[in-house]
Design a protein around this ligand. Sequence first.
Ligand code: FE2
Ligand code: FE2
Length: 337
Amino acid sequence: MAVQNLQSVPAELSPEELEAAAQRDADGQANFDRVMAEDSRIEPRDWMPADYRKSLLRQISQHAHSEIIGMQPEANWISRAPSLKRKAILMAKVQDEAGHGLYLYSAAETLGQSRDEMMDALIAGKARYSSIFNYPARTWADMGAIGWLVDGAAICNQVPLCRASYGPYGRAMVRVCKEESFHQRQGFEILLELANGTAEQKQMAQDAVNRWYAPALMMFGPPDDDSPNSRESMAWNIKRFSNDELRSRFVGMMVEQVRVLGLTLPDSEIRFNEDTKKWEHGPLDWNEFKEVLAGRGPCNAQRLERRREAHDDGAWVRESAAAYAAKQVNKQKEYAA
Ligand SMILES: [Fe+2]
Ligand SMILES: [Fe+2]
């Protein structure tokens, strides 16, 4: 019997121990297959195939990084928000995104990688995050467009992830999605107010929608025939719908909502296909997507630089927290003795 999940096998095993490890793997695989067939959940202590673990770790850590980097375009506008009310709302929203990062790093840690390792990879520029956050937020209306379109796309993507087969990821998504709904509402409300304001304000809202529309559609990832990880992720009940399916649903939602705003989407090819019963949109510039993902977008360098600075600035907090934790452990030891 071959040992499949090498992570569970320590070095230097006797033939009997190897046999037992192979048996554990076979039993684990059988349990995993049953869980997938029943569409129920895998938990951190359950046996899982090495590729499933690796794929989840990649997806959840990328998601965590996106939340953390995603704080930057909006944090830039906190000091320039047009009223105290808007400032308070935007601060709460940006803070939520930090919280989302924390839930997700915690979920990823249950798969065996430390937060430090994930953060080091991000800071070294070796980890990916959503390409959307490498675009600049030029005006106050961008706060509206980001909330409405970017958080809106995130909701479309993440609601099905609440049923992801990996327990900690699914549960993190439930909390995240509740907060994302508020994020989208606040974005919509900013745009609605601008769209009903002066002609300049309305134009500012329209320009922001024009700028964020295509990058938001690209948040769902490359087209299905060019998405190597999707098929696997769907077979493992992590992803429930394909990139194109989710993108089409999102377009349908936005078409309805943009009418209420009194604005337009910058895409004359949007139509509902009666045969497929799906919304279709105009072509997207996938070369641009690849360029941004490869680190050559408008703000990639700036975002990473800011992340590095924030990490350095926070060193004293991490040191203090570690010193406090050590002190508590020592206290408990003394108490036990
Ligand atoms: Fe978020
Ligand atoms: Fe959000």
